[in-house]
Design a protein around this ligand. Structure first.
Ligand code: SF4
Length: 187
């Protein structure tokens, strides 16, 4: 056991103040971010139609602040992968993900994106989590709109509970760390 493990934690008033302010800022930023999701719909197959139905007036994704599709990755923070991703598409999807700024979140929409679905063959990626990190998986072929709304609520809960900093000076890049982890798992 290291000596520091048994040393009492000493905090100064400055530390406590900074920690308090960080908590307040984090809560505020989390609240703002979870209700202003800008979607990049990466639609490749039939699940794309289901996304359109969720975004339409009947199910009204706008109620959750996530109705704006953005077709530039640099303007989006939620990557919604809707449909089958084959091996030719995989590098393109990865590039789109890498072009998005932090913070960003990924939703696997439908079984094809989540696990390859029933396309258990050499041409289809068996789940997008083999190349990019995924925050929420939506099962179903295709998923019902209610499932998609449930996933958005789940993601919002996750975003609200995350630590949001004003600046991450000197902190390791979380995307790079996740890629290192994925690369080590795929070896
Ligand atoms: S999960 Fe079903 S509906 Fe969605 S892309 Fe795959 S085959 Fe099509």
């Amino acid at each position: 056991m290291a000596e520091t493990d048994i040393a009492p934690i000493v905090t100064t008033r400055r530390d406590e103040t900074v920690s308090f302010l960080q908590r307040v800022v984090s809560k505020g930023l989390g609240w703002a971010r979870k209700y202003s999701l800008f979607t990049y719909p990466y639609a490749t197959a039939c699940c794309g139609m289901e996304y359109m139905s969720v975004a339409g007036g009947r199910h009204d994704l706008a109620r959750f602040g996530a109705e704006y599709p953005r077709f530039s990755p640099r303007q989006a923070d939620m990557l919604l992968v809707t449909g089958t991703i084959n091996l030719k598409q995989a590098p393109i999807l990865k590039r789109v993900y890498e072009q998005m700024c932090e913070p960003k979140w990924v939703v696997a929409f439908g079984v094809c994106a989540s696990s390859g679905g029933f396309y258990d063959n050499y041409a289809v990626l068996q789940g997008i989590d083999r190349i990019i990190p995924v925050d929420v998986y939506i099962p179903g072929c295709p998923p019902r709109p209610e499932q998609v709304l449930d996933a958005i609520l789940l993601l919002q809960e996750k975003i609200g509970g995350q630590v949001h900093k004003i600046a991450d000076k000197g902190q390791p890049n979380p995307t790079a760390a996740r890629h290192d982890l994925l690369a080590s798992m795929n070896k």
